[in-house]
Design a protein around this ligand. Structure first.
Ligand SMILES: [Zn+2]
Ligand SMILES: [Zn+2]
Length: 279
């Protein structure tokens, strides 16, 4: 019996575990294959792939690209991307620069709202080396730490969540550009957790652009959403994938899902399906 998780994060983005710790945890959970899909970086996945033999675990180099469609953030998963592809490498650097510019804007807005935090505060307080990117959850974490809010949820609901006073829409690829980029890098493009966006017009656009699959199984999808997206995937002849979106614990609670939590739903031959879909 194959036990697969196709969506996980490491400290290379906003996960709590280092790539090595994540692999140890994957072994503990009895996984046979794991895709590492950090936000806009493949560094964690590359690091983990070095241990494939040692852990006897199939490690899939993946990425979760941040994209914007109709002023909404849409996440696009890429599996089996070639880490040496120059276009991909270049775009990941661009995405990162855009992300840094965005965090600076958010921090400036927070400043105007009386919440004085600098990039350096975030980096040093959270023990990041200066090269580390700052993502929204990191800002929320520091707002809690400094006592500006009592929980990360409050930080999002009052300040940095979509539509809130310090929210800044990211500048990023469109999901259609992301699909092309992933496929040109030898990868397979799967739209992440569509139930989170609830955008009816999105899927037809993505299918038109050559989307390969839909993440039907995700901890934030209820039974209704699983059924809805499984049906849609079948009607569009797309691959049905799933993963836990594992980040580790935040404030004592599991963020999204525990590693392997969606594996029961995921087809045994899913990795073959993805591999075959490569163009
Ligand atoms: Zn996501
Ligand atoms: Zn994710």
């Amino acid at each position: 019996m194959k036990f697969v998780d196709l969506h996980s994060h490491t400290t290379a983005s906003d996960g709590k575990l280092t790539p090595l710790e994540l692999l140890q945890y994957a072994k503990e959970k009895g996984l046979s294959a794991l895709a590492i899909t950090d936000h806009d970086t493949i560094e964690g996945a590359i690091e983990a792939a070095k241990y494939t033999k040692e852990f006897q675990l199939e490690i899939i180099i993946g990425v979760e690209l941040n994209t914007v469609w109709n002023q909404r953030e849409i996440h696009m998963l890429g599996y089996f991307v070639d880490p040496d592809n120059p276009r991909l490498q270049e775009q990941l650097i661009t995405q990162r620069e855009m992300r840094i510019a965005r965090s600076e804007k958010i921090l400036a807005r927070l400043q105007e709202l009386g919440i004085a935090l600098t990039v350096n505060d975030v980096l040093s307080e959270l023990n990041f080396n200066s090269a580390r990117d700052i993502l929204l959850p990191h800002i929320a974490e520091l707002m809690v730490k400094k006592g500006f809010v009592s929980s990360k949820q409050e930080a999002f609901q009052r300040y940095i969540g979509k539509g809130k006073p310090a929210y800044v829409l990211p500048t990023a690829l469109t999901p259609i550009e992301a699909i092309k980029l992933i496929q040109e890098s030898g990868g397979v493009a799967v739209v992440a957790h569509p139930g989170i966006y609830q955008e009816e017009g999105l899927l037809p656009d993505l299918v038109e652009a050559g989307l390969d699959g839909i993440e039907v199984y995700h901890p934030d999808h209820g039974a209704d959403e699983r059924e809805k997206y499984a049906k849609l995937a079948k009607s569009y002849r797309l691959i049905i994938t799933g993963g836990s979106d594992f980040h580790g614990e935040q404030e004592g609670k599991m963020f999204h899902g525990d590693l392997g939590s969606q594996a029961q739903f995921v087809a045994e031959d899913i990795i073959d399906q993805l591999r075959t879909a490569r163009k």
